[in-house]
Structures are given as structure tokens and as C-alpha cells.
Design a protein around this ligand. Structure first.
Ligand SMILES: NC(=O)c1ccc[n+]([C@@H]2O[C@H](COP(=O)([O-])OP(=O)(O)OC[C@H]3O[C@@H](n4cnc5c(N)ncnc54)[C@H](OP(=O)(O)O)[C@@H]3O)[C@@H](O)[C@H]2O)c1
Length: 265
């Protein structure tokens, strides 16, 4: 029997992409699902689909930047499902930050969703998990967390802060019976990657990524980086190369070839 069978799993950012496919995969494995995001129509549609397949599902709308609203929504999901065993902090987004089009506030807004959104979920879950001496916190970081990608400072930075924060928590919470899993995906098909105009090597289908994440949750893995090609590139370049050489490869050399006005965005 699956180790998530009959476990209650709350997922933020469940209205599309990785979150929605993870909900489908965990429902297939017998988990009870709490779905949270801002778009009500998407959540309602997904909940109907999962319920028609026989799953137990609750959903609530909230913005992860609204601490009070988020806590109320998580309270509602927890009450509807009769408790919470796993929280998945998945809500997140990224927009390119091109110096010529610099806009104050963009960076802070991205950190607020990606990093502080996760911390608000942890603030809600941890007192419960500590009281019970059990529980599982899962955060969806990124391979972008290993290197400050040019024109993606806030995305890379917020994902790096998530990863390091979760690494520390993993060690601190293990003696309390609480597992912490960090997922670092490479490129996965979703609404986030759909508009991208740059090449996305080793792009994965969303259902494949969801299966791998569900496996990691079931096995209570620590940090998971996928696909394996990205894991090896990370080892080869980020871990083994001098930082200056890596930055030259990533930006200075390509910039010489880039025509004026071009960029990632
Ligand atoms: N796809 C990739 O290649 C990739 C790679 C590495 C990491 N990731 C990470 O995976 C996670 C899921 O992204 P995705 O690729 O599946 O993209 P997606 O399809 O755009 O899904 C993002 C989800 O986050 C929710 N969300 C965004 N802002 C929110 C807010 N303020 N409050 C509540 N929910 C919010 C969205 O729902 P609403 O709009 O309905 O609120 C949506 O459900 C993100 O953290 C992303 O950084 C993705």
C-alpha cells in the first residue's frame, strides 16, 4: 500500500502545472487532498475531477502573500480533511528582470510569493506538527537555486533561500519526527514555462515530474534534483568550477554575441 494512502496533503499552487498534476498523482495513490490557489474556477474543476475519480478533496482560495487569509484557508482545509499530514509549498512564479526595464517592487513581490509564501505555510503547519511529533514539509525550489541566473535574480535568489532554509529545517526537525523534502526541478511543462522563448533543455512532461515528486514524498527524501542531466550539470559546473569562470560562461561570453535589445524576456 502507498505510504500516502489516506494521508492528508495540502498543496499550495494547486490550480495548474506541477501542483495540479501532483494532486492528481497523490489522489491516484489514495491521499486526501487540500487544494489551495487564487483561481477558484480551476480549483473547483480539479476538485470535481478528483472527486469523480473517488478521491476525498477539499479546496480553498487564498493568496499566499496574505498571511491571515492563507491561515484561514489552511484552517478550513485542515478541518474539512480531519487534519494535515503533509504540506506542499508549491505556489510560485518567475518573471525575467531585464535592467533596461527595471521596475521597483518586482523583486520584493517575487520573494513574497516564492519564499515568504512558503514560510507562511510553515508558520501555520509547524506548531501542529511539533505538537503531534509528526508531519512532513515539502518545498518546491528549483535548479535555479544553485546559481544566480542572469536576468533572474529574484527567482534564483528566492529559490536558493527556500532550499537553504529547508536544508537547515530538515536537520533541526528530524529529531522531532518531522520530515522536510526539497524538490529542485529543472524545466517542466506548465503555465510558468509555456511563454518561454529561450531553449529549455531536458524539458519534462508535467505528469512525469509529478510522479517523481510523489515518490520523493512517499520516501520522505531530503533534497531531490531532477532531471539527472541537470543534477550532473550542477555538480560539474556549479560545484566544481571557479565562480568567475562560471559567470563568464553564463553571461559575459554570450552577451558579446547578443544583439542590442535582445535578452531573455
Ligand atoms: N515549471 C518549471 O519548469 C519549474 C521548474 C522549477 C521550479 N518550479 C516551481 O514549481 C512551482 C509550480 O510552478 P509551475 O511550473 O507548476 O507553474 P504554474 O503552472 O504557473 O503554477 C503556479 C501555481 O502557483 C499558484 N500561485 C502563484 N502565485 C500565487 C499566490 N500569490 N498565491 C497563491 N497561489 C499562487 C498559481 O495559482 P493561481 O494563479 O490560481 O493563484 C498556480 O497554481 C513554482 O514554485 C515554480 O517556481 C517550476
Amino acid at each position: 500500500m502507498s505510504s500516502v494512502a489516506d494521508k492528508s496533503v495540502l498543496i499550495t499552487g494547486a490550480s495548474s502545472g506541477i501542483g495540479a498534476y501532483l494532486a492528481r498523482e497523490l489522489a491516484r495513490r489514495g491521499a486526501r487532498l487540500g487544494l489551495l490557489a487564487r483561481r477558484e474556477d480551476r480549483l473547483r474543476e480539479l476538485a470535481d475531477e478528483l472527486e469523480n475519480g473517488g478521491a476525498t478533496v477539499a479546496w480553498a482560495t487564498a493568496d499566499v502573500t496574505d498571511g491571515e487569509g492563507l491561515a484561514h484557508a489552511l484552517d478550513d482545509l485542515d478541518a474539512d480533511l480531519g487534519g494535515t499530514d503533509v504540506v506542499v509549498a508549491n505556489a510560485g512564479y518567475g518573471v525575467p528582470e531585464v535592467p533596461r526595464r527595471f521596475e521597483p517592487g518586482v523583486a520584493i513581490a517575487m520573494y513574497d510569493v516564492n519564499l515568504f509564501g512558503m514560510l507562511r505555510v510553515i508558520d501555520w503547519a509547524l506548531p501542529r506538527f511539533l505538537a503531534e511529533g509528526s508531519g512532513h514539509i515539502v518545498g518546491i525550489s528549483s535548479v535555479a537555486s544553485f546559481f544566480g541566473i542572469p536576468r533572474n535574480a529574484s527567482y534564483s535568489g528566492s529559490k536558493a533561500a527556500m532550499r537553504v532554509h529547508l536544508q537547515s529545517l530538515r536537520m533541526s526537525l528530524a529529531p522531532h519526527g518531522i520530515a522536510v523534502t526539497t524538490i529542485c526541478p529543472g524545466f517542466v511543462k506548465s503555465e510558468l514555462t509555456a511563454p518561454a522563448k529561450f531553449p529549455m533543455p531536458f524539458l519534462w512532461e508535467t505528469d512525469r515530474a509529478a510522479r517523481l515528486i510523489a515518490d520523493a514524498i512517499e520516501k520522505r527524501r531530503g533534497e531531490v534534483v531532477f532531471p539527472w542531466q541537470m543534477r550532473w550539470l550542477k555538480q560539474l559546473f556549479v560545484r566544481a568550477m571557479p565562480v568567475a569562470a562560471l559567470e563568464w560562461l553564463a553571461e559575459v561570453r554570450p552577451a558579446k554575441k547578443r544583439p542590442e535589445g535582445s535578452g531573455q524576456a
